[in-house]
Ligand binder design. Structure first.
Ligand SMILES: N[C@@H](CCC(=O)N[C@@H](CS)C(=O)NCC(=O)O)C(=O)O
Length: 311
């Protein structure tokens, strides 16, 4: 049966992780619905749907909610298999690459951006991100680290240039794929925030041509804008579509029906509590109930997340 629900992305325009998903919409030419959320908390209509998960973006399909780009992109590939995000094969490596781009490469770009813009970052944003990361938003330390961050950035970007060395159009070959989605996020983020981006990138001609190619892919069809309240209404009126599925390979004996909490292992460590509906090596879906959202199933990736039993 065709999916009766719109593909809704809860995002903000300047969010680099959201840009990943928007590029996937572009590669697959997906029609989607946008819900713009504020850059900082509170997000009172979104939290009932995510069970408290606060990072951006979130994908909503009816009453199924996908938290984290890893599970969002996996679900988009499942629902829209053509064109594939693995045009050259290498799917395992492409997923693993996310641990480079989303962690060490992103920490590098985020520190460089915040260090460079430190004086312009509003107090509310600083306080919000202190809460998110559980550490001081230390403007002076970030500023002092700028030369180191520039060196790191250069090394990361040089890997992209090296990969493109044989004249290929995209990182995996002639067609765009998941590796491009991962790496592009950081370039897009630097480009959009640092006035001296052109200078930082000037010695990487192949990377620059690739950046333009990925940009030209676009964002698919952004069909309409909804408010968070309208999206919440869609969740409340929908029934989650996720079937129960066991995982014979689970090494800890977890199974559908178990009560657990799921927590990111890096930052924004807010536990989401629910009952397991389905799980696998790469996926866990838990059923949550909320007064306003009704019953939802919230989906998370496994790599980068902790699953803790609740008694
Ligand atoms: N691993 C997450 C990281 C997402 C992330 O860190 N997003 C940033 C914005 S681009 C964020 O959540 N910032 C705090 C917020 O939006 O509350 C993913 O892949 O979705």
């Amino acid at each position: 049966m065709a999916n009766p629900f719109p593909i809704i992305l809860h995002h903000f325009e300047k969010s680099p992780f959201s840009e990943k998903v928007r590029v996937v919409f572009g590669i697959k030419n997906i029609a989607w619905t946008s819900v713009l959320i504020p850059r900082i908390m509170p997000r009172p209509d979104l939290m009932p749907m995510t069970g408290g998960y606060r990072r951006t973006p979130t994908l909503q399909i009816g009453a199924d909610i996908y938290c984290d780009t890893q599970i969002i992109i996996r679900e988009l590939e499942r629902r829209f298999p053509q064109p594939t995000l693995y045009p050259a094969g290498n799917a395992g490596i492409a997923w693993g690459l996310g641990m480079w781009t989303d962690r060490s490469f992103f920490q590098n770009t985020v520190n460089l951006v915040f260090g460079s813009l430190a004086d312009q970052v509003p107090k509310e944003f600083r306080e919000d991100r202190e809460q998110l990361r559980g550490q001081k938003f230390d403007v002076d330390a970030m500023k002092a680290a700028i030369p180191q961050m520039r060196d790191q950035l250069r090394a990361h970007v040089d890997w992209i240039e090296t990969q493109l060395h044989d004249g290929r159009a995209f990182l995996g070959g002639p067609l765009p794929g998941l590796g491009d989605v991962h790496a592009y996020m950081n370039i897009w983020y630097v480009r959009g925030n640092l006035p001296d981006a052109a200078k930082l990138f000037e010695r990487f001609p192949k990377m620059l041509a690739w950046e333009q190619r990925v940009k030209d892919i676009g964002h698919g069809t952004r069909e309409r804008e909804l408010s968070s309240a309208e999206a919440l209404e869609i969740a409340r009126n929908a029934t989650p579509q996720t079937p129960t599925a066991e995982d014979a390979g689970d090494l800890n004996g977890r199974k559908p029906g178990d009560r657990v909490q799921v927590i990111p292992d890096d930052y924004g460590k807010i536990p989401v509590q629910g009952t397991i509906v389905s799980l696998s090596a790469q996926h866990i879906a838990i059923r949550c109930k909320d007064e306003r959202a009704g019953e939802v199933v919230v989906h998370f990736p496994r790599a980068g997340f902790l699953v803790i039993p609740l008694s």
